[in-house]
Ligand binder design. Structure first.
Ligand code: FE2
Length: 463
């Protein structure tokens, strides 16, 4: 039986089919922009089930109804070619079927098992990590990375896969070391850049984070739009915390928005960046209008909760009131019909958070604070990374501040400042709340620290 470049047996595979599968693995792990070539090859393939199966995974990872429809067609073709499928291929068939059915818990269980039985199957691990990410299961994200790393210690891509899982489990030192080791092998690894960015962001190493990403950005030109726009988004986050919001807005226009406006990942990078800029008082002009135009087809998708919440916020900020009303009702229906494993996240997390975001967007801050506060304990399970979910925490905090809920705002700000003591804005907001509650000495001290940090960052700013 033929074997792929990882030594895995592939049924009914010609040399050409093996070459296509090897191409896909490398291109996917490198976040390359030639993935559509693989779908073309899969459409031509008549014998090897793994090609249409992998094509189904690719289109499913787009998180759209069209992607799901296309995946059904690929899966039907794969089943026609699946006579004699080996156990690994049968596991792939089952996982694609479960993905199409929306059984994310089963997908994750299958890929968890695949990572144990076939840790050389890097795409099984990659997609397993994607499911873990979409469920907010950081432990599974790390565990799958760990198993792959043990079986592929020399593979640079696997370093970054494990590193990101470690970072999401707050094991920052190990994560950064591993991601930098990947870059010592080859500096052109956008997922390793991404893992380092998360580690530096989590610690508030702002100047270092911005300089690091700027020094690697020349390698992102051949990236697909997710990786390209997302790594630029990460750079924008550092710039915002460095008080360089004008540059971050410039990145929105030049890098983050405009590559592939129909794609969910581009959309959420854009929404999250505009929202974060507004939270720092930046006027983003008419930019919401264009983003919202591309969100309107998504009102009833509800594939991954953290995507839905961001779509809803983008529509709300654009003033698309009827779309927001329709989407809120649709999210409530989604929660009512949720499968047991996901009921809590949709009913207790997404629905109150969505209403809270809609309230915040129309400046009903007290209602936003109340509803977002209800949702916060369930927020990890909506999926996404710690850095992505931080947007909802930031909106909740602002709602608390705006509605004068000083004790709760103070507790959040103090926690933020303990974790990332290098952000001038956090200290400024601490100063505001300390003044409100009459703690003048602490207000003056934090305001002084904010000023010192801002001066230090201004000196490091390019002229
Ligand atoms: Fe990220």
């Amino acid at each position: 039986m033929a074997r792929d470049g990882q030594g895995l047996e592939v049924s009914n595979a010609s040399a050409e089919a093996i070459a296509s599968l090897d191409f896909l693995r490398d291109e996917w792990l490198a976040f390359g922009n030639r993935l559509a070539d693989f779908v073309t090859a899969a459409d031509r393939e008549a014998h090897c089930a793994m090609l249409p199966l992998m094509a189904a995974c690719l289109v499913l990872s787009m998180n759209s109804n069209e992607g799901r429809d296309a995946a059904r067609r690929h899966l039907a073709r794969a089943k026609d070619m699946a006579a004699g499928a080996n156990p690994r291929e049968q596991a792939w068939l089952a996982s694609v079927e479960a993905w199409i059915a929306g059984d994310t818990d089963r997908c994750l269980a299958l890929h968890d098992d695949m990572a144990t039985r076939w840790p050389r199957d890097l795409l099984a691990g990659k997609i397993g990590q994607l499911h873990a990410f979409n469920c907010g299961d950081a432990e599974a994200l790390m565990r799958i990375g760990e198993r792959l790393f043990a079986a592929n210690p020399d593979n640079r891509y696997v370093h970054a896969m494990y590193a990101f899982g470690l970072e999401e489990c707050h094991r920052l030192d190990e994560a950064e070391t591993l991601a930098r080791r990947a870059l010592a092998i080859d500096r052109r690894d956008p997922w390793a850049h991404h893992a380092v960015a998360h580690c530096l962001e989590a610690r508030g190493r702002l100047l270092e984070g911005a300089a690091f990403l700027e020094s690697m950005a020349d390698t992102w030109e051949s990236c697909n739009s997710f990786m390209y726009t997302h790594n630029w988004w990460h750079l924008a986050l550092f710039l915002i915390d460095l008080d360089r919001t004008d540059e971050a807005l410039g990145l929105f226009d030049k890098r983050v928005w405009g590559v592939w406006k129909e794609f969910c990942e581009d959309q959420i990078n854009a929404i999250s960046l505009l929202a974060r800029l507004e939270l720092r008082g930046v006027d983003v002009g008419e930019r919401w209008t264009d983003v919202a135009h591309y969100l309107k087809p998504r009102l009833h998708e509800h594939l991954v909760p953290y995507l839905d919440l961001q779509y809803l916020y983008g529509l709300a900020r654009a003033g698309e009131h009827s779309a927001v009303t329709e989407m809120l009702a649709s999210l409530e229906d989604r929660a009512e019909t949720a499968k047991p494993f996901e009921r809590e996240v949709w009913a207790d997390g997404v629905v109150p958070a969505a209403h809270g975001l809609a309230a915040y967007a129309k400046a009903d801050h007290a209602e936003a604070a109340r509803l977002l506060g209800q949702a916060m304990p369930y927020l990890q399970k909506i999926g996404g990374s710690i850095a992505q979910r931080a947007l909802f925490g930031a909106i909740h905090l602002d709602a608390l501040m705006q509605s004068g809920w000083n004790d709760a705002a103070l507790a959040l700000l103090q926690a933020d400042d303990r974790e990332r003591p290098t952000v001038p804005w956090t200290k400024r907001m601490l100063g505001v709340v300390y003044r409100r509650v009459g703690r003048m000495e602490q207000a003056l001290a934090t305001e002084y620290q904010a000023e010192q940090l801002a001066r230090q960052y201004a000196r490091g700013r390019p002229t």
